[in-house]
Design a protein around this ligand. Structure first.
Ligand code: ADP
Ligand code: MG
Length: 348
């Protein structure tokens, strides 16, 4: 604390008493901020709209996250999705409108990405040791090839059919398993965005495990900003900073959740087309989209595609994205799609 501030505080103390001093020492916050655990990670909400009833809002946020987990988590044995997975029926199974919506969007993104995103990949995620099937000990072994082949037959989202009204899904293969881990966080971020808007919030930033949605601006009127991390499991270093104007953003990366065996890195993302963890050329991929669910789905899909295919996909479909590539020498190189350069005011 500098001398001028101490003098200012001292004179306020003399005039207004202790209450004024405590206000001086502890200025009112410019930002409401709360956070908690959800979906195997943490969420946070920040807003400069101090006039709102944030105690009530925070409670509804917690409840909504619990509700979504109770629908779509494969880690909760009694969730709607876990029950759907346990069912061996090939008849229509009724679903909540929210789970139905996430399934519909996931199937649309699976079609768009030519099967790079596939929500029926769960049995292979388990087999490689990244899913709930093995508890949460993390991956340890490379699976047996026969087992890999057998389980690969279970994978394929065309074995899942949706009906709009009443909302339901049907498995053509009774063993089919659905895993929404690649999209559920994005969906939850969008749901919280709707709730906060309905509660009267105009400026806020919602974050669930690195999937974000920004609305309005910070207290100083400047846009919210995101620093996309340098993909490195040992340090958290910012790589690029982008303003976020009414947009969602999601990052998929191979740098936190992976295992190494015989010098080879295995990612927690499985390429449904090979049944194997995705290779290592792309260290991370960040997608910007108004729908955070779509950004989340595309980030996963494009990481699975690998660097070259992902960058070509971003041009064909004009996806604003940042790919961070790992060169053979271990250097990290950032590549922005033309849609992102346009968004962030760079060259067209
Ligand atoms: P994270 O933020 O944990 O990197 P992602 O959105 O990338 O999350 O999703 C990763 C999860 O998605 C995996 O843990 C797995 O459950 C599931 N998954 C893995 N491969 C695929 C795939 N090709 N398509 C859909 N889901 C996948
Ligand atoms: Mg994702």
């Amino acid at each position: 604390m500098n001398t001028a501030r101490i003098v200012a505080i001292a004179s306020v103390f003399m005039v207004l008493g202790v209450w004024a001093v405590s206000r001086q020492l502890d200025p009112p916050p410019e930002l409401v901020s709360f956070s908690g655990a959800t979906m195997g990670t943490r969420y946070s909400v920040k807003s400069p709209n101090l006039e709102l009833d944030w105690d009530t809002i925070a409670l509804s946020v917690e409840r909504e996250l619990e509700r979504i987990n109770g629908l779509m988590s494969t880690w909760i044995p009694d969730s709607e999705l876990s029950r759907f997975n346990r069912s061996r029926s090939t008849d229509w199974i009724a679903l909540s409108p929210d789970t139905h919506r996430v399934l519909a969007e996931s199937i649309a993104m699976a079609d768009l990405s030519d099967g790079a995103l596939d929500i029926t990949v769960g049995p292979l995620v388990d087999l490689w040791g990244f899913g709930p099937g093995r508890g949460n000990d993390g991956p340890t072994v490379v699976p047996d090839p026969d087992k890999l082949e057998r389980l690969s037959e279970l994978v394929g989202y065309h074995q899942l059919e949706l009906r709009d009204s009443p909302p339901a899904a049907r498995k053509s293969n009774p063993e089919l398993q659905v895993d929404l881990s690649a999209v559920a966080k994005g969906f939850a971020v969008d749901r919280l965005t709707e709730m906060l808007t309905d509660a009267g919030a105009v400026d806020f930033l919602v974050d669930i495990g690195g999937e974000l949605r920004a609305a309005g601006s910070k207290a100083d009127g400047q846009p919210w900003r995101i620093a996309v991390e340098k993909p490195d499991s040992s340090a958290r270093l910012p790589q690029q900073v982008y303003p976020l104007v009414e947009t969602g953003v999601a990052t998929s990366g191979d740098y936190r959740n992976y295992f190494e065996r015989d010098g080879q890195r295995y990612s927690h993302l499985i390429d449904p087309r090979s049944g194997r963890p995705v290779p290592q050329t792309l260290a991370s991929l960040t997608v910007f989209d108004r729908s955070t669910m779509r950004a989340d789905a595309l980030a996963t899909a494009m990481l699975v595609m690998g660097a070259e295919e992902a960058l070509a996909f971003a041009e064909t479909h004009q996806v604003p994205c940042l790919a961070i590539l790992r060169s053979p020498e271990g250097l990290l190189v950032g590549r922005e799609s033309s849609a992102l350069r346009r968004l962030s005011g760079g060259q067209p």
